[in-house]
Design a protein around this ligand. Structure first.
Ligand SMILES: Cc1ncc(COP(=O)(O)O)c(C=O)c1O
Length: 382
């Protein structure tokens, strides 16, 4: 008899991945969120050089000290005393998330998670024995939670709240006043803040607003170089916290999850940080032009309304077609040659929306939007 864990039996592939697997080659791809750029050339060269120089071994669990120190310094404007001991390298944001949940959650503990959510959050919480409790981030509130919504969900079992700004899938972002209120809420209820800031370098018209350095010492940041340097396939990220005790436990978890990050790659990322620090800003210029294009096109379509995001590379418009839910609309678009993700793939609060990742060139965006316009007009009978 073959037998698998309840965990394995109960976990499903994400809706985003299911749609991606169904798409034909000629579909315009607004599906997966990964930059269509290559990593900085100097980082690729440094990676090769490091391998040739013999950097092909295990590193310490927390990673290369010079890289961790460099990362700590990039956050000195918010927290000047940070140093390498406050940083643990991981093999991606995905790896970082698991380490942090493993370090914080006991069976029965509740963690407040945003909905619509990055699909790994609730499942990772369950894998780690926790109980995910979803708080709404709604279109009408700019995809930022209200304190009242949060207060209704917190109880004696709640140990942590995860914030994700800029957000995947909504592109929602916080002002510093909103951030202060969200920090106050966590502090009043003695909750850990897990702040997923993997899009901290993909922001437009504004400075990134971090939860670090906001005057609360129970903050743990998850970050990644996937989006910052367009290296999704390299798999490298980090965890950063001012809280030494948290870093100790998290680093222990990292040891049991992957032992350490990739040796040579850490030299490549250090090179990118030192000598290609303006690379994300260059990508952002292009992303911003794409954002403007896709928002203009979507907002001109009957039945569609799209918030203009100030970060990440997703739009999450409300799309109304009478009698159809978001999955049915996404399937109809897929048949017509456009891959996007149904809002319901990110939780019930995403119903009524579609997610488009604008990680393709402007010509392709225009071609895709022509198709969306025609298909929606046909479905709506406009
Ligand atoms: C909000 C968010 N967090 C974390 C990740 C994980 O990124 P990675 O595992 O590539 O570092 C992603 C990737 O799409 C994301 O959108």
């Amino acid at each position: 008899m073959v037998r698998f864990s309840d965990r394995a039996n109960n976990i499903q592939p994400t809706g985003v991945r299911r749609m991606f697997d169904m798409a034909g080659d000629d579909a315009v791809q607004f599906g997966l969120g990964e930059p269509d750029f290559q990593p900085p050339e100097i980082a690729i060269k440094a990676f090769t050089r490091a391998m040739e120089d013999g950097k092909n071994k295990y590193t310490t669990t927390a990673g290369l000290p010079a890289l961790r120190q460099k990362i700590a310094e990039t956050w000195h404007h918010l927290s000047p005393s940070l140093d390498e001991s406050n940083v643990c390298m991981t093999m991606s944001g995905t790896n970082a998330l698991l380490d942090v949940f493993l370090a914080l959650l006991n069976p029965g503990d509740e963690i407040l998670l945003p909905e619509p959510y990055f699909p790994l959050y609730p499942t990772d919480a369950v894998i780690c024995g926790g109980n995910p409790i979803l708080y709404p981030c709604l279109f009408q509130n700019g995809f930022v939670p209200t304190i009242k919504d949060l207060e209704n969900l917190v109880n004696e079992n709640t140990v942590a709240i995860l914030y994700n700004f800029p957000s995947n899938p909504t592109g929602g972002n916080v002002t510093s006043d909103q951030r202060d209120e969200l920090v106050d809420f966590a502090q009043k209820n003695d909750l850990w803040i897990v702040t997923d800031e993997v899009y901290d370098r993909i922001v437009y018209d504004t400075e990134h607003v971090s939860f670090l350095g906001a005057g609360y010492d129970k903050v743990i940041m998850i970050n990644s170089f996937s989006k910052t340097f367009a290296m999704t396939g390299w798999r490298i990220g980090y965890i950063l916290s001012e809280n030494d005790e948290a870093m100790g436990h998290i680093t222990k978890m990292q040891y049991y999850v992957t032992a350490c990050s990739n040796d040579a790659m850490q030299y490549a990322v250090l090179e990118a940080m030192e000598n290609a620090s303006d690379y994300p800003a260059q990508m952002c210029e292009e992303f911003k032009a794409r954002r403007d294009l896709i928002c203009d096109r979507l907002n001109a379509m009957p039945g569609v309304s799209c918030h203009v995001p100030t970060g990440a590379f997703y739009v999450f418009p409300k799309v109304e077609v009478p009698g159809m839910n978001s999955e049915e609309i996404a399937m109809a678009l897929l048949k017509g040659g456009v891959l996007c993700s149904p809002g319901s793939a990110f939780g019930e609060a995403g119903e009524g929306h579609l997610r488009f990742a604008y990680t393709i060139g402007r010509e392709d965006i225009s071609r895709g939007m022509d198709r969306v316009e025609n298909i929606l007009a046909n479905l709506r009978g406009d």
